[in-house]
Design a protein around this ligand. Structure first.
Ligand SMILES: *[C@@H]1O[C@H](CO)[C@@H](O)[C@H](O)[C@H]1NC(C)=O
Ligand SMILES: *[C@@H]1O[C@H](CO)[C@@H](O)[C@H](O)[C@H]1NC(C)=O
Ligand SMILES: *[C@@H]1O[C@H](CO)[C@@H](O)[C@H](O)[C@H]1NC(C)=O
Ligand SMILES: *[C@@H]1O[C@H](CO)[C@@H](O)[C@H](O)[C@H]1NC(C)=O
Ligand SMILES: *[C@@H]1O[C@H](CO)[C@@H](O)[C@H](O)[C@H]1NC(C)=O
Ligand SMILES: *[C@@H]1O[C@H](CO)[C@@H](O)[C@H](O)[C@H]1NC(C)=O
Ligand SMILES: *[C@@H]1O[C@H](CO)[C@@H](O)[C@H](O)[C@H]1NC(C)=O
Ligand SMILES: *[C@@H]1O[C@H](CO)[C@@H](O)[C@H](O)[C@H]1NC(C)=O
Length: 910
């Protein structure tokens, strides 16, 4: 009831206060630690807007002070002190402040503490405060109602400032309020520049009459305490004193009162004793003349510290305030400041205000930035449930839990990381690799899944790696195994899940039936040549998605479970049916089951004695194929060869194949630019097979059905190399049989059986024509005849009618420059002699020019566009006619013979 009314009163005043005081607190951070969620209010005493503290910290618990000290019993209790955040867990808990002025600037940070028996234990805790990695001060409380205020002036070394409470075993740290105020960076200088912070010792309003200064009187919101020994008099003025002459800007109510000695000839003296004689003190004394001095009167002042002059003689100005400070630190046990009048002075000395600080060195080092970034990434990836706040290694007495650091250089390094039993989920994050000086990594007893990643071997100082008690699968990468055997890395894994590659093959091998072994011979023939030379660079070139479960070899039952019992068919091809599958983590994949009949013909052609050897080789080569990566090649991510079945597992491409896409409604939205991107993507995939591998890989079955599109419509070439691996025909015909798909087969290859990259280029030309026209490679004409897309395009080109060639679904929305160039590239690919066709490097570069032409197009109204296109017809007509009269005619002539009953030759599109 009482508390409620306090709230009501507060909030009604708050509404007004917001209007009055809402401005002017720019850069202030005012946190009421421990307040209920989402509370923002204006403190009626100070006009300062406080916020709740959860946005600044994610540790600790919120509690109210006990009834005895809180509302309504204690109605004068400042609102921010009514509740606290306390930190029973972790030995270092940090608030993260990000001042809006950023790094390099000077800030005042103030923390307030009132115990108020919030925990009911009636035991006063003692704990330490740090700013970032450097010690600030110890917090000691004399009784439960005392409001202890700690203040420090500190230059921000980075954009975030950590204010940390450190438990030193003398009770649970807590905090009531935390404030940050931007200061003028040119004031409060010391001879150490930015190498020290200034911890407030005393800030006195001498000659005090009323007021604490504070915001809004004090723009920096300093709190000025009254200081009036009985031997001092107070003088004051109601006149104007300019406080803006220097950056110190003492508030009016502080500067307009001053102390003077009761007896004219006495000095004003202040003394204090330091427990640590090495403590360096700085005093800032404020002066302004408050009296109207007569012409024959003067006030001249000198300041002494322990008898030595701190300043020359000076006269306080009646117009503005001035600040005098010691240029060299005061050190020693006893300190005695004396403000005296000089012999010439007719008036006694005065002192308007004084601040005394002790300097705190910023000599602690930070953790290496790479390590900080890596561990922060690990923390957020796994949502590590530990009190991990502030700098990981520093201050060195209180590193993060589970972290060990080396402290012997000018920046600290993470040397060991123990995250065992920390509830980690998911794959082993790459960030671990960035902890490059790690010597010991313990990830045991978590829920980590997926493979043991190869990058762990890059941690060259690693001496101990514990991965036990996780759900990791697959092989231990060779490089890591090597480290374990050669370099004395102590490696702990669960043997039942993870194979030490070699023993795994020998131990777990499943007897492979004869049919498979035959197949394997073919596989070897096909794959042994693939990209061996450049395997390394391929791995680096790979930028597609990695299969999160690093597993690559699957059993039949696993394949069955992945595909939900072969539930969803997403394609059919000559080799078998393609199913949609999904891994544990939800990654979708395509599983291509290989028909028995695909290799049935070879049954009995190999002896069973060699089958085990062959199986081993099969796995080796399949693993090798798994390393062929390019962003425009569909990733082959796994296989199954458990004897019952063979399957190939690919990354799943959400938008299916280009053939289906072009004939679906989606093609309505397939702009010219997107078509060009698809063309460039697939050309790059092909370029990689032809020129990125030594010896080159000839795809043999380039067609729109083998170009897959992901959800961003990025194109990837699928099934490369497979027509060699799984020929439908008899073994003896492998060399001579014409492979490929009707509509795409290179007539030269058909006639000569000579296979090279230019055969792929021909097929790719057909693909490009399909992209341009939206037609299939072989279409039915009105009179029921089959017609090749080359024949379809030809008459339009002769007439110079680009509109007739390009897919009508584009509604003329394309650059005609680009279109002519694109058609030209496509037609050059289907020239009848392979040697006259461009190579894939050339194609990629030409297609990029097409794209550039399209991108350079200025959006035009329909009318203007037509004009441009028309002009272009007449311009390019001659080129096209030349072109068609030379070899294009003859090319189409020979191709036309090949079509018709072509389907007997190769496997159909899946
Ligand atoms: C503290 O007191 C406030 C106001 O009375 C109340 O809303 C809040 O729930 C209390 N918090 C706790 C932790 O008891
Ligand atoms: C608590 O300590 C402060 C500072 O010593 C003192 O001013 C105050 O009177 C004390 N309060 C009680 C209740 O003892
Ligand atoms: C601050 O510390 C740095 C590094 O120790 C030193 O080079 C520099 O001179 C110091 N600056 C001052 C003003 O002491
Ligand atoms: C506080 O001091 C000012 C002069 O600095 C004076 O005008 C004002 O009346 C005083 N207020 C109180 C409450 O004494
Ligand atoms: C800081 O104080 C100096 C004088 O000491 C002044 O010239 C400067 O304008 C002040 N800067 C700001 C941001 O107020
Ligand atoms: C100090 O104050 C008292 C009483 O206000 C006054 O009598 C005395 O003259 C003052 N002393 C000086 C030096 O101003
Ligand atoms: C200053 O002059 C006044 C008269 O104007 C006189 O009363 C006073 O004694 C003089 N004071 C001093 C210190 O000479
Ligand atoms: C490993 O995964 C299986 C099934 O996914 C689960 O039943 C088991 O509890 C997991 N083991 C661990 C240690 O998390």
């Amino acid at each position: 009831m009482g508390a409620h009314s306090v709230f009501l009163i507060l909030f009604s005043v708050i509404a007004i206060a917001i209007v009055v005081h809402g401005q002017g607190q720019a850069g202030f951070i005012s946190i009421d630690c421990g307040s209920p969620p989402n509370i923002n209010y204006v403190d009626t005493d100070t006009g300062i807007s406080y916020t709740w503290d959860a946005p600044f910290i994610n540790a600790g618990v919120n509690l109210n002070v006990s009834e005895e000290y809180g509302y309504p019993k204690n109605p004068v209790l400042p609102f921010p002190l009514a509740d606290v955040r306390s930190f029973p867990q972790g030995n270092r808990n940090c608030y993260t402040l990000t001042p809006s002025d950023g790094k390099g600037n000077l800030y005042l940070i103030r923390a307030s503490f009132m115990y108020g028996n919030y925990d009911g234990k009636n035991a006063l805790p003692e704990f330490d405060l740090y700013v970032n990695v450097n010690f600030w001060t110890s917090v000691k409380l004399r009784n439960a109602s005392e409001n202890v205020i700690k203040e420090i002036l500190s230059f921000a070394e980075s954009d975030t400032i950590y204010v940390c409470l450190v438990n030193k075993g003398k009770g649970t740290p807590f905090i009531s309020a935390l404030e940050l105020r931007p200061m003028n960076s040119s004031i409060y200088g010391t001879e150490f520049g930015r190498n020290v912070s200034l911890v407030l010792y005393q800030r006195w309003d001498t000659g005090y009459l009323n007021g604490t200064g504070r915001y809004q009187k004090d723009t920096y919101d300093r709190i000025w305490s009254p200081y009036s020994p009985v031997s001092w008099n107070t003088t004051m003025t109601t006149g104007y004193i300019d406080i803006f002459q220097s950056g110190y800007r003492p508030p009016d109510e502080v500067i307009k009162t001053a102390a003077s000695p009761k007896s004219d000839d006495e000095p004003l003296e202040l003394s204090w004793t330091s427990s640590d004689p090495d403590t360096r003190f700085y005093a800032y004394l404020y002066f302004a003349e408050l009296e109207n001095l007569k012409r024959n009167e003067s006030r001249e002042i000198k300041i002494f510290w322990n008898g030595s002059p701190v300043s020359g003689a000076f006269n306080p100005s009646p117009e503005y305030s001035m600040t005098v400070s010691n240029s060299r630190a005061f050190t020693g046990k006893d300190h005695w400041i004396s403000v005296q009048k000089t012999a010439e002075s007719t008036r006694p000395p005065i002192l308007n205000a004084i601040e005394i600080f002790s300097a705190q060195s910023l000599d602690e080092f930070y953790t290496r930035i790479d390590d900080v970034q890596a561990i922060e990434s690990i923390k957020s990836t796994y949502k590590v449930n530990k009190i991990w706040t502030g700098d990981p290694c520093s201050p060195r007495l209180f590193p993060w839990e589970g972290i060990g650091c080396s402290y012997n250089t000018s920046s600290y390094q993470i040397k060991s990381l123990n995250l065992s039993s920390s509830g980690l989920h998911g794959p082993i994050a790459f960030a671990f690799r960035n902890l490059s000086l790690l010597e010991s990594l313990d990830l045991s007893n978590n829920n980590l899944k997926g493979i043991v990643p190869e990058f762990l071997a890059d941690l060259k100082y690693l001496k101990s790696l514990n991965l036990k008690g996780n759900n990791l699968t697959g092989f231990i990468p060779r490089s890591l195994r090597k480290r374990a055997t050669a370099n004395g890395l102590a490696l702990s894994v669960d043997e039942q899940n993870i194979c030490h590659s070699r023993s795994c093959r020998d131990g777990n091998r499943i007897m492979v039936p004869i049919v498979v072994s035959t197949l394997v011979i073919i596989l070897i023939a096909a794959l042994a040549i693939i990209c061996i030379m450049r395997r390394e660079s391929k791995i680096r070139a790979y930028s597609g998605p990695l299969l999160p479960s690093g597993k690559r070899r699957f059993t039949y039952s696993e394949v069955s479970s992945i595909t939900n019992n072969f539930n969803k068919v997403i394609g059919k091809g000559g080799f078998g049916i393609v199913y949609l599958g999904s891994l544990e983590d939800g990654t979708e994949i395509a599983v291509k089951m290989i028909n028995d009949s695909s290799f049935g013909k070879s049954k009995g052609s190999s002896s069973s004695s060699s089958s085990s050897q062959v199986s081993k080789e099969f796995q080796v080569e399949a693993e090798l194929l798994l390393t062929v990566h390019h962003r425009n090649l569909a990733s082959f991510v796994g296989y199954c060869d458990d004897g019952r079945s063979m399957a190939l597992i690919y990354e799943y491409m959400a938008n299916g194949n280009l053939q289906d896409y072009l004939s679906s409604e989606n093609a309505e939205d397939l702009s010219w630019e997107k078509r060009l991107h698809i063309a460039i993507d697939s050309a790059q995939g092909l370029e990689y097979l032809h020129h990125g591998c030594r010896p080159p890989i000839v795809h043999r079955d380039v067609k729109t059905a083998n170009i897959l599109l992901n959800d961003n419509l990025e194109a990837k070439i699928a099934d490369f190399g497979l027509s060699k691996v799984f020929p439908e025909d008899d073994l003896s015909h492998v060399v001579t049989a014409v492979m490929g798909t009707p509509g795409y087969v290179d007539p030269e290859y058909y006639n000569t059986f000579k296979l090279n990259e230019k055969s792929d280029v021909y097929s790719f030309g057909i693909v490009l024509l399909e992209l341009i026209t939206g037609k299939r490679s072989i279409m039915k004409t009105d009179d029921g005849e089959k017609m090749n897309v080359v024949h379809y395009v030809e008459p339009f080109l002769k007439m110079g009618d680009i509109d007739g060639v390009v897919d009508p679904r584009l509604h003329g929305d394309f650059s005609s420059n680009s279109a002519w160039k694109f058609v030209e590239v496509a037609m050059s690919c289907v020239r009848d002699r392979g040697t006259n066709r461009p190579n894939t490097n050339q194609i990629v570069s030409d297609l990029k020019q097409c794209l550039a032409a399209e991108l350079a197009r200025e959006p035009k109204s329909n009318h203007e566009k037509k004009e441009v296109v028309k002009e272009k017809y007449t311009k390019t007509k001659s080129t096209v006619q030349n072109y068609s009269s030379n070899e294009y005619n003859s090319s189409s002539g020979s191709v036309s013979l090949s079509f018709g009953d072509y389907s007997t030759f190769g496997p159909m599109a899946r």
